[in-house]
Write a protein that binds this ligand. Sequence first.
Ligand code: UDP
Length: 471
Amino acid sequence: MAITHVPISPLPPERFRDLLGERYEEVAAAVDRAGEVLGGRAVWHLNSTAHGGGVAELLQSLLAYARGAGVDARWSVINGDADFFAITKRIHNRLHGWPGDGGELGDAERAHYEETLEANARELAPTVRAGDLVFCHDPQTAGLVSPMLGVGATVLWRCHVGMDLPNDIARGAWDFLRPYVQPADAYVFSRREFVWAGLDPEHVWIVPPSIDAFSPKNQDLTPEAVTAILGVIGLSSPDDATPAYRRVDGSPGRVDRRAVIDQQAPLPGDVNAVVQVSRWDALKDPIGVLRGFVGHGPDSAHLVLAGPAVEAVSDDPEGAAVLTEVRKRWAALPAPARERVHLACLPMDDISENAAMVNAIQRRAQVVVQKSLAEGFGLTVAEAMWKARPVIASRRGAIQDMITDGQTGVLLDDPEDLEAFGRACTELLGDPDRAARIGAAARQRITERFLGSRHLVQYLRLIEGMPSIRG
Ligand code: UDP
């Protein structure tokens, strides 16, 4: 058992000044207050992976700005064996209302879950002090709430997943988790609809997701850099331009690694591209995207399905199986369709480099899709909207908070309706003016509501609201 303490390099919150204009005042006031509010307290964030997925993405940037604001922010990643992550993935799927692997959540699973988290708690206990604030993220760390309360910390459980209309499967997962979650000082959900029945509303906070406008994933890239990056990873034909981006700290970076790509030929420069970037997860429905695009979508456009190299995402045991299935479906396509579909597994050896790859792929897209069957966050949607790309996404989870149908994107009422999905792609590609209008409105929406600066201010308010801090 070994907890990983993820290094955090501070970033200056002043970066937001130009972007936010007068709205930066609120951020500046929060930065001024933060030191006083927290005193000598450390603010811990506990989760189950340092890279891959939305939570890691969020922590990477938010904690860097928190450090830049003078907060002693820390990030620790718990450890567990394959059985532990199979159990927590089962809980994750069920919180989305899906049976997942169909396995049990009984006494044996509970015992293994508790045993794993007790071992993690023993490792954390010597460094977490009474008075510290501890954010436990998602089901994987819910079992740490009580041990962290036990050392005298103020503990917040942050839930990033959920469904708008919970079913019995989801309620079953709540029942499993409730004894761990209930004692927390606060429950923080991404949207009101995700809040569980039976949690004291006095302790519930709503904090929507956000993205970092300046990260390698979202920073501006020149068209030349986009083409060069796609050439290096092997998605397009190589060219002589430099595949350049800026690292998190602003220093120059360059994409050097190839991706593992299944394709008949490189993506031509002059075709429309429809892109989905996601973990290889059944709930992201990559197979549905492939089938809907090929069966009902535009005739001449290409589809890119991109995700992380599966071995890299430690808390997601199902990735390899989903990817294998997607590859099988791709290989079985008739040749003309296969030529228009590209599968890309992006190396995760260097997180900044991986982010620059995602950035370039999203910028190459004329349309970005996120056809999730269930979705908590949908950070990929925010990322594409920030890049002024028109997004077609499922009317699920927080996606609905970002996209107003027909204005800031296109919502799919029934993500399993492949015909409607294909038609939406064809229509949007066929009307570039509408696509551009939607893209511009999308960027505006993200600027106003979904940047990390808003998230940081909300976290500070939340911390100020804790009785232990109010005194
Ligand atoms: N992502 C990434 N590299 C990849 C695939 C995905 O960095 O190869 C990122 C993606 O850009 C986004 C996050 O993983 O920031 C996924 O977050 P989202 O909320 O969309 O879904 P989750 O994976 O948390 O269910």
